[in-house]
Design a protein around this ligand. Structure first.
Ligand SMILES: Nc1ncnc2c1ncn2[C@@H]1O[C@H](COP(=O)(O)OP(=O)(O)OP(=O)(O)O)[C@@H](O)[C@H]1O
Length: 369
């Protein structure tokens, strides 16, 4: 396995870029640690495939370098990077059996027959295809063929990295869950460096140690699922992660005092700001309804099983709050309060940490007084 370093990496598909908007990938500098599982998450067109293709060698970046364990591989073709890749759609040899397909990357490298057999039966089990190992791939469904592709990607344990580009798109929902669990187990057992591209937050958050969130050609945050949830570095991360996403309010902030829709309140901690546009982000899970706080009006209540989502109007801004299954929701006028530690402050859409430092993350969910 290898540590992957991206040095001043950027990419434009244009020959003569005129402005930052002409870049599909804005400049980034990152280390992807050896043995960690990363998810690359973001909406369509944000640059995920561009970045993955640069790492895999399918695309030579217009700017910057890619290093594997300190060795510059920027100009090396995919075949010389010693990586395994699984794409959105199956790549299998139809004339071969499932077993031969799975064994192919191992035989190619001259592994002894007994080792090939061992690994193939283990991977066959992992993808739920033990019973059909001796069937030809030609007659199988697209779903089954994609499982073979996944298995082939996972069968070698000597690759620098395993790269997945939306590999579960054609898999049925139950098997998706199963395969994700298996991929996680594979990572625990073998410690591959894995990069998994997806636009599905559930997939990203359940699979990865670290999630890399991309937006508009930029990496806006690289963090653990808890960090992304509790401290979104950019308002986009707050909005994109979570269901519903984070509420983002236009706010005036002066030291430790804030004002939303004409009502002032105490943030309990100060923020050093530089005169940019300021916002406050609060997760729906960190909003309580009651007799005190910011005046709001209940617009509707959505019952989603284990909890309710309350949609409110706060001075013209829409707010979502999560309430317990049995909670009594007032109709019409009410007040909203923010849970202490559940408030994030943003300037020009980037998070500003409290001036006196961050409290530990696990203490972040105490109820407000
Ligand atoms: N071969 C290409 N030539 C020109 N522009 C491209 C090319 N491939 C991608 N782009 C552009 O680069 C930007 C990033 O695309 P990319 O495919 O990397 O995004 P993505 O996040 O992987 O999207 P998706 O999830 O839809 O695959 C988009 O604006 C896209 O139109």
């Amino acid at each position: 396995m290898a540590k992957i370093t991206l040095q001043s990496l950027a990419h434009t598909y244009l020959d003569e870029p005129q402005s930052p908007e002409d870049f599909a990938l804005q400049e980034l500098n990152h280390d992807w640690n050896d043995g960690e599982a990363y998810a690359l998450l973001g909406p369509s067109g944000c640059g995920k495939s561009t970045l993955l293709n640069i790492i895999s060698g399918l695309l030579i970046p217009s700017h910057g370098r890619v290093l594997f364990d300190g060795k510059d591989v920027t100009d090396l073709p995919t075949a010389d990077r010693n990586i395994a890749q699984v794409f959105q759609f199956p790549v299998v040899y139809d004339t071969m059996t499932v077993r031969e397909n799975l064994a192919f990357p191992l035989r190619n490298r001259g592994l002894p027959a007994s080792e090939v057999q061992d690994r193939v039966s283990r991977v066959g089990d992992m993808i739920g295809m033990t019973d059909v190992l001796d069937r030809r791939a030609a007659g199988l469904t697209a779903d089954a063929k994609q499982k073979i592709s996944l298995g082939r990607g996972m069968v070698r344990d000597d690759v620098n990295a395993l790269l997945f580009d939306e590999p579960l798109t054609v898999i049925d929902p139950h098997m998706k869950w199963e395969l994700r669990t298996q991929l996680k187990k594979l990572h625990r057992d073998f410690g591959h460096t894995m990069i998994y591209v997806t636009h599905d937050q559930t997939e990203a958050l359940t699979f990865a140690d670290k999630v890399v969130v991309m937006y508009d050609g930029r990496v806006v945050q690289m963090g653990t699922p808890v960090e992304l949830f509790e401290r979104p570095a950019h308002t986009f991360v707050g909005y994109f992660i979570g269901s519903p996403g984070m509420n983002v309010f236009d706010a005036r902030i002066d030291g430790s005092k804030a004002q939303i829709a004409g009502t002032r309140f105490d943030l309990k901690t100060g923020y050093k700001l530089n005169g940019g546009s300021t916002k406050i982000g609060v997760r729906p899970e960190n909003i309580r309804l009651g007799d005190h706080g910011l005046p709001a009006r209940v617009k509707r209540v959505e019952d989603v099983g284990r909890h309710k989502i309350v949609r409110l109007d706060l001075g013209g801004q829409e707010v979502a709050a999560v309430a317990g299954e049995g909670a009594q929701i007032p109709s019409g006028g009410t007040h909203v309060q923010f849970v202490e530690g559940g408030v994030n402050v943003y300037e020009n859409d980037w998070r500003v940490p409290p001036a006196d430092g961050e409290p530990p993350l696990e203490q972040n969910t105490k109820d407000a007084a």
